[in-house]
Design a protein. Structure first.
Length: 156
């Protein structure tokens, strides 16, 4: 009704549009006091946008972390599987080598000292020479030099 008095035709309530109202700021002069989307100021819209972006980031962070950790675990399991495959191949080769009776006999002779019936075993022992300087009680070395050498080098 007030618009009809001013000379403007009155609009239906559903079609009405909000015209910017001019206000006078303290030092800025005339400022359009418009509100943006959904009747919110730009600061509030920025705050809402920041909250939405943070919510999206937090909702994506956990599945992304799980994905990365599962990829690392898969890589570790794959490396372990390759190592075990190599070990299985080496053990299979050793099993095939030891399935030969001549190889088993050679291992028994060299490692365990087995001999066939009727063979005469010989064990050759080489004489051992002096390991280090004589430091016994009858060696003639002074007792304090022997003690100092044992302290510095460690006791035998």
């Amino acid at each position: 009704m007030a618009e009809a008095k001013r000379g403007r035709p009155s609009r239906p309530a559903a079609v009405r549009r909000r015209d910017p109202k001019l206000t006078r700021g303290r030092s800025r002069g005339v400022v359009a006091a418009t509100t943006g989307l959904l009747g919110l100021s730009s600061t509030r819209r920025a705050a809402i946008l920041a909250v939405v972006v943070c919510a999206l980031a937090l909702s994506v962070a956990v599945p992304l972390r799980n994905y990365v950790s599962q990829r690392q675990e898969l890589s570790a399991v794959t490396q372990r599987q390759e190592a075990l495959t190599g070990e299985v191949a080496a053990l299979s080769a050793e099993k095939a080598r030891l399935s030969d009776s001549a190889e088993v006999e050679a291992q028994a002779r060299s490692r365990l000292g087995y001999v066939m019936p009727g063979e005469v075993p010989y064990v050759v022992q080489l004489p051992s020479g002096p390991v280090g300087p004589a430091t016994g009680p009858g060696s003639g070395a002074l007792w304090y030099r022997t003690l100092w050498r044992e302290v510095v080098e460690g006791s035998p």
